[in-house]
Design a protein around this ligand. Structure first.
Ligand code: MN
Length: 726
C-alpha cells in the first residue's frame, strides 16, 4: 500500500466494517492480504472511465459484502476475481496464498466470463445451463453477479456497441439467473440498467413520467398508509411500511404485455409491510387488519407463505380498494422472508448460520438449490447430498457451440465425433477432422463447456473402427456400429463372390459344411469371417485351395480328420479299462499306431506320461519290449464284443446318380446297423469320403466292407484307420 496509503486504509476499513456487520465471521488478515494483492496486481491498469482498475474489484467485493452477503471467502474471491485474467498472477499463487476454495472460485469466475466472447446469444436457457455446468461452487455465481452488477453500473464509459452487447447478455442471461437464485433486487437493477442501454428512448420517457408523478403518488400512498400504520401500532406490532418501488423495466414489460398506457399500469399502487417478527402467523393477522380497513378485491389474494414459490419466495399478496376507489396491492411478509426475497441464496445461507442441524435440513437446502435452477426438477432420481456450497448440477453434461453459435448439449467426455453425429449422421459418417476454438485437434479430443466446434467433412471419409473406442453418446456409438456391420456385410458378400468364382474355376466342390471346416482349419470364426478375409485380401485363395486339390488327387483324407474321428470313436466307447477296471488312471493313445475301438490293445507304463495305449501289433511297441523292459499292463475297450462302437470307412468310387443311396442301403439293411455320419466329396466324376457307423466288432465291419465293395461303381472301401492313411 505504498501509494495513497491514507485512502487505501480508509476504503479497506470501510470494506472490513461492512464485512463485520453483514457476515458471520471475517478473517481480517486474509481480507487484508487479498486487498493488497489485488491493489498491487492492478496498479498499472485503468478502467474505461479513467479511474484505477482496482476500484472495480473493490466495488465488486463491496457488493458481495453488502448486497448479497454470504461469507468472507466470497468477498476475498471478489477482490481477486480479475487478477488471474488481467495480470501476471497465476492461479497457483492464489491457491497457495488464499487456499483452494478461493482459487476455485476465482477460476470459476474467469471461465464464466470467457464463455460469451464473440458469441451471439440464441438460446438463453441453454446458456444458463452451460454456465452451471461449469460451476462447482454457488459462490462463483454470486461473485459473477456482483461483477456484472458493477460493470452495468459503470457501463456508460464503454463504447455503444459494447454497451448493447453487455446489456443484452445481462438481460437475457444474468437477470433471469438472478431471479432463479431469488436475488430480486439484483435482478431488478440488472434489468433496469439493461433496459437503459437497450432502449434509451423508452427508458428516458418512462423515467420522466415517473418523476412527474412522484409527488402525486407519494401523497396518495401516505393517505393510504396512515390508517394502516395507526391500526398496526394499536395492536403493538413492529413493522416497516413502504410504497414499494416500481422498477422501470417491469412497468415497461407490463405496458407491452398488456398493451396498456403508462398511466393505467402505474396507477396500480403497491405497498409493502415487513414485520419484525419470526412468526409467519403474524402475516395473516396483519392481513385481517388490512381487510378491516379496506375492502379486498376477490381473486387477487395469493398466499406464498404457506406455499412458497420455487425460488423460496414467501409473502402474502392481496389487492384492496383504497381511497378514491383506486386499487392498491399490499404485500405482507416477515423480515426473514424479505431478506430471502431480496438476497436469495445468500440470505438463505445466513439464516442457516453456516450449519445444518440435520441431514434432512442439508437435503432441503440442496433440493432448494436444485429447484432454483431446474424450476421444475426433472432429476427426481438424484438425491445425493451436496456438501456446503458444492453444486453438481449439470456436471454430467457439457454445452458446446456450433460455428453459427448454436448450443448443443452433450454428455461429459464427448469428442468431436460425438458432436458431429449430434449435428447429423451424415456429418458423423464423413467427419475427417475437427477444429476446436479455431485449432485443428485430433478426433478423440475431449470437449469442454463453452468450446466452439467445427467439423471438417470429406465425401470419401468413412467411420473408422477405432472411433468406437472413444465416442461417448449413444447416437454415435449406434451409428458407428451400424456402419461397421454394414461394411462387414458388404465385405462378406464380395468375399463370397470371389470364393465361388474361384471354386468354380478350379472345378472344386464345396458344400457349406466343407467351407465351415476349411474356415475353422484356417482359424476363422465361421465361413463369414473367411469370406471377409478373402475380400480384404488377407487370404490367398490359390494357396488355400491348392492342398485341397492335391489331397483329392491322392484320394485320401487329411490327417486332421482322422484325429477327430479317432476322438469321437474313443469318447463314444467310454474310455479304457485298465487291468479290467475303469480306474482313474492317466493314459493317452500312442501316435505311432493310433489305436481305435476294435483294435486289440495293450498299455505301456511310461515315466511321467501315464499309460500309453498301443495296438498289440504296433512295431514300435514290439521294439520296446524286445529291449527287455516289461512294463506292459492289460487294457481293454470296455464294450467291444458286447455292444456297438463307432468305426469308420473310407470309400472311393464313381460319382453316378444314386450311389449314395446304394451305399447307405448296403450298410443299414444288409448288415443291420446305423450310420453316424457321411462325409462325401464329389470331384469331377469321382467321389470319395468317410462314413462313420456303429459296429459290433471288426468282423462285423469286414462284412460291411465286403458288402459295399459289391456295389457297382465303388472302387475301394477300407477301414478308416491311421494305417490306411497316405
Ligand atoms: Mn470483473
Amino acid at each position: 500500500m505504498a501509494l495513497g496509503v491514507t485512502k487505501n486504509k480508509r476504503i479497506f476499513d470501510e470494506l472490513l466494517e461492512t464485512c463485520k456487520h453483514n457476515l458471520p465471521s471475517v478473517d481480517e488478515a486474509m481480507l487484508k492480504k487479498a486487498f493488497e494483492l489485488s491493489y498491487d496486481a492492478h496498479k498499472n491498469d485503468f478502467r474505461a472511465s479513467g479511474e484505477p482498475y482496482f476500484n472495480h474489484p473493490y466495488e465488486v467485493a463491496m457488493i458481495v459484502a453488502k448486497e448479497i452477503p454470504l461469507d468472507d471467502i466470497s468477498v476475498i474471491s471478489a477482490l481477486l476475481h480479475d487478477v488471474v485474467e488481467d495480470t501476471e498472477i497465476d492461479i497457483s499463487l492464489i491457491a497457495k496464498e488464499f487456499g483452494k476454495e478461493v482459487a476455485e472460485i476465482v477460476d470459476g469466475v474467469t471461465k464464466m466470463g470467457g464463455v460469451f466472447k464473440g458469441q451471439e446469444i440464441t438460446q438463453a436457457e441453454n446458456y444458463r445451463k452451460m454456465l452451471l455446468s461449469m460451476v462447482k461452487d454457488v459462490r462463483v455465481i454470486l461473485v459473477k453477479f456482483a461483477d456484472r452488477l458493477h460493470n452495468m453500473r459503470t457501463l456508460e464509459f464503454v463504447n455503444p456497441d459494447k454497451q448493447r452487447r453487455i446489456a443484452r447478455e445481462t438481460l437475457e442471461i444474468y437477470a433471469p439467473f438472478a431471479h432463479r437464485f431469488g436475488l430480486a433486487r439484483v435482478k431488478w437493477e440488472l434489468e433496469d440498467l439493461s433496459f437503459k442501454y437497450l432502449n434509451k428512448e423508452a427508458y428516458d420517457d418512462l423515467a420522466r413520467k415517473i418523476k412527474n408523478k412522484r409527488r402525486e403518488r407519494e401523497s396518495y400512498i401516505n393517505k393510504f398508509n396512515t390508517p394502516v400504520i395507526d391500526k398496526l401500532k394499536e395492536h403493538g406490532l413492529k413493522f416497516e411500511i413502504s410504497g414499494r418501488p416500481k422498477h422501470l423495466y417491469s412497468i415497461y414489460r407490463k405496458m407491452i404485455k398488456r398493451n396498456k398506457p403508462f398511466e393505467e399500469i402505474y396507477d396500480l399502487f403497491a405497498v409493502r409491510i415487513i414485520l419484525e417478527s419470526n412468526d409467519s402467523n403474524e402475516c395473516y393477522y396483519v392481513l385481517g387488519i388490512i381487510n378491516q380497513i379496506y375492502i379486498p378485491v376477490p381473486d387477487r389474494f395469493k398466499d406464498y407463505v404457506s406455499i412458497p414459490k420455487t425460488n423460496n419466495y414467501q409473502s402474502i399478496h392481496t389487492t384492496v380498494i383504497g381511497p378514491e376507489g383506486k386499487l392498491v396491492e399490499v404485500q405482507i411478509r416477515t423480515r426473514k422472508m424479505h431478506e430471502v426475497a431480496e438476497k436469495g441464496v445468500a440470505a438463505h445461507w445466513k439464516y442457516k448460520e453456516n450449519k445444518f442441524t440435520s441431514d434432512a435440513e442439508l437435503e432441503e437446502w440442496v433440493n432448494w438449490i436444485r429447484d432454483v435452477f431446474e424450476n421444475a426438477s426433472k432429476d427426481e432420481a438424484s438425491k445425493e447430498i451436496l456438501a456446503s456450497f458444492k453444486l453438481n448440477l449439470y456436471q454430467d453434461e457439457i454445452y458446446v457451440f456450433t460455428p453459427k453459435g448454436d448450443l448443443r448439449r452433450l454428455p461429459v467426455n464427448s469428442t468431436p465425433v460425438d458432436f458431429a453425429f449430434e449435428i447429423h449422421s451424415k456429418v458423423g459418417y464423413h467427419c475427417i477432422g475437427a477444429k476446436v476454438n479455431g485449432k485443428i485437434v485430433p478426433l478423440d479430443t475431449i470437449l469442454h463447456s463453452g468450446d466452439q466446434v467445427e467439423i471438417i467433412t470429406s465425401k470419401n471419409q468413412h467411420p473408422n473402427r477405432s472411433w468406437a473406442m472413444f465416442v461417448t453418446t449413444h447416437k454415435s456409438k449406434a451409428a458407428i456400429r451400424r456402419w461397421i456391420n454394414k461394411e462387414e456385410e458388404q465385405l462378406i458378400q464380395s468375399g463370397k463372390e470371389l470364393w465361388e468364382k474361384k471354386v468354380k474355376k478350379m472345378k472344386l466342390s464345396f458344400n457349406s459344411d466343407d467351407t465351415i471346416k476349411l474356415a475353422k482349419s484356417l482359424k476363422f470364426d465361421g465361413s463369414g469371417q473367411l469370406f471377409k478375409a478373402i475380400a480384404q485380401e488377407k487370404v490367398n485363395l490359390d494357396e488355400v485351395l491348392a492342398p485341397k486339390k492335391e489331397n483329392e488327387a491322392k484320394s485320401s483324407v487329411p490327417e486332421l480328420e482322422f484325429d477327430s474321428f479317432a476322438n469321437i470313436a474313443r469318447t463314444d466307447i467310454g474310455g479304457i479299462l485298465v487291468d479290467g477296471k475303469s480306474e482313474n488312471v492317466m493314459y493317452s493313445f500312442a501316435k505311432c499306431c493310433n489305436p481305435i475301438p476294435g483294435d486289440p490293445i495293450v498299455g505301456y507304463i511310461t515315466i511321467g506320461e501315464g499309460i500309453k495305449i498301443h495296438r498289440k501289433t504296433c512295431d514300435d511297441l514290439i521294439n520296446i519290449v524286445k529291449k527287455g523292459e516289461n512294463r506292459l499292463v492289460p487294457v481293454q475297450w470296455p464294450t467291444v464284443d458286447s455292444n456297438l462302437f463307432v468305426a469308420g470307412l473310407t470309400i472311393v468310387g464313381e460319382d453316378v446318380p444314386g450311389i449314395l443311396k446304394d451305399i447307405s442301403h448296403s450298410i443299414t439293411s444288409y448288415q443291420n446297423t446305423n450310420i453316424k455320419s457321411v462325409n462325401i466329396l464329389a470331384n469331377n466324376s469321382m467321389f470319395k469320403g468317410t462314413i462313420t457307423l456303429y459296429v459290433r466288432n471288426l468282423e462285423h465291419l469286414s462284412r460291411i466292407i465286403e458288402r459295399l465293395k459289391k456295389n457297382k461303381g465303388i472302387y475301394t472301401v477300407e477301414r478308416f484307420d491311421s494305417t490306411n492313411l497316405v
